[in-house]
Design a protein around this ligand. Structure first.
Ligand code: HEC
Length: 144
């Protein structure tokens, strides 16, 4: 019995060291691909579609607002530990998606379709800037 004690103590210490990472309670569930396909593509498409069919009542604008907010927040989700690919460029590029989403939110708030289409251009750049290095390994067309 006495010989077993130090092992038990060491085990308790290991658990204590591992604990802080779990304290936030955040559990990434979707993969980056699922996030991109499920949440990011549908919300950005809804914003791009404004060019073809402009929102014309309060319900339409509210729906566009929700998509802009969802896209901006998806940028934050890309930055979560366990999903982020690194601490540098990945974070900057995810942040660019948040910022492009915020530009879209501002445009929706003043119901400015042209500004929303401008935000759409910013969003496309944010997608491709990340896809070139992280998804396609530089094989797709570079962003101009
Ligand atoms: C910060 C990086 C990042 C941003 C920003 C980003 N993506 Fe992605 N996306 C990825 C990565 C990495 C993959 C590949 C994931 C995998 O296969 O594991 C991916 C995959 C995809 C896929 C899956 C299909 C495929 O061809 O692999 C789609 C669709 C997609 N992204 C759309 C978008 C759109 C639209 C935007 C912008 C509105 C966007 N993404 C923004 C990193 C990003």
């Amino acid at each position: 019995m006495r010989r077993g004690l130090p092992v038990v103590v060491a085990g308790v210490l290991l658990v204590a060291v591992g604990a802080p990472a779990q304290e936030t309670g955040i559990v990434p569930v979707a993969t980056v691909r699922q996030l991109c396909e499920g949440m990011i593509t549908s919300s950005s498409d809804a914003l791009f579609n404004v060019g073809r069919e402009a929102p014309d009542d309060d319900d339409d604008w509210r729906a566009v607002l929700h998509n802009a907010l969802m896209l901006a927040e998806a940028g934050n989700l890309l930055m979560l530990e366990g999903r982020a690919r690194d601490d540098g460029e990945w974070m900057t590029m995810s942040r660019a998606l948040v910022d492009a989403g915020i530009t879209a939110v501002r445009a929706v708030e003043v119901r400015d379709v042209d500004a929303l289409l401008g935000a759409g251009d910013e969003i496309v750049v944010a997608c491709e800037t990340c896809h070139v290095p992280y998804r396609d390994g530089g094989l797709s067309m570079p962003v101009r």
